[in-house]
Design a protein around this ligand. Structure first.
Ligand SMILES: [Zn+2]
Length: 264
């Protein structure tokens, strides 16, 4: 016979494909691509409120598109047009601390296999609402850590302080530019928040010489550490989509020098 059967991967590996409900997704408002009213400003636009801290609000997601998951939205501020890169330090620290504490608290609940904590910003980030917000999603049956390797978080150091490191990925998850922040626990959360804000500001204002409209921010709690990844977003390279080939820029030191010049 010409073709041989090929066994791909490990049969024991757990299934990590999430089911997405398109009927719920169709009802979602979209203030990024369509001009719909901002549901986080509109009075009565919010689903059940779970907790608040000053202008920060944690609510249930009104449009839970994922099966077997508990989806929440963390509204970062009551200022619709604001952005994480612009927050005064005091508000930045409040948002990051409140979010990380809620995320780690949800992790302790037995009903979740793991809990996602992330942010989409801009038209190419996968987000649909402009108003600054993040998401915390408890997954009943899926552990996101099954897909991680330590390589994803190592890189060339841009800066480190108080036991927290900011680096530029040398073995990124998808490719080109990924910033990583590594810390041991919440004691140094303000240092981590500063690095998040500087990285996001760099992405929005300086990346590739003119700034990038979109980014994602991801949090991971794994192997006794907290990892944070900031990813500028643009069309994903076809070499990754078609072949799983990741790329990095040949001259990473240029980016590091530019960031250092602006922020450190
Ligand atoms: Zn709004």
């Amino acid at each position: 016979m010409y073709f041989k059967t090929i066994h791909l991967g490990d049969d024991m590996k757990k299934e990590t494909i999430l089911q997405f409900d398109t009927s719920v997704a169709r009802k979602k408002p979209n203030s990024v691509h369509r001009k719909s009213l901002c549901p986080f400003c509109e009075s009565g636009g919010l689903a059940e409120i779970l907790d608040t801290h000053d202008s920060i609000i944690l609510v249930k997601n009104k449009y839970p598109v994922l099966d077997d998951a508990f989806q929440t939205v963390l509204i970062e501020t009551d200022e619709c047009e604001s952005e994480l890169s612009e927050y005064p330090k005091s508000h930045l620290y409040k948002v990051i601390r409140f979010g990380m504490e809620k995320w780690l608290k949800m992790e302790e609940e037995d009903r979740f296999e793991s809990v996602l904590f992330f942010k989409n910003h801009g038209p190419l980030s996968g987000g649909s609402i402009r108003h600054p917000h993040m998401q915390i999603i408890g997954l009943n049956n899926v552990n996101y850590r099954d897909n991680l390797t330590e390589d994803y978080f190592i890189g060339l150091e841009i800066h480190s302080s108080n036991g927290v490191q900011l680096n530029l990925s040398t073995k990124p998850m998808i490719g080109f530019t990924e910033f990583n922040i590594v810390l041991d626990d919440l004691d140094q959360i303000e240092q981590a928040a500063d690095y998040i804000q500087k990285s996001v500001h760099y992405v929005v204002h300086h990346f590739n010489g003119r700034g990038c409209s979109s980014y994602n921010l991801f949090f991971y709690h794994w192997i006794g550490k907290i990892f944070i990844k900031i990813v500028p977003r643009y069309a994903t390279t076809p070499l990754y989509v078609g072949y799983g080939l990741r790329q990095v820029f040949r001259n990473p030191q240029d980016l590091i020098d530019e960031m250092t010049k602006h922020y450190f």
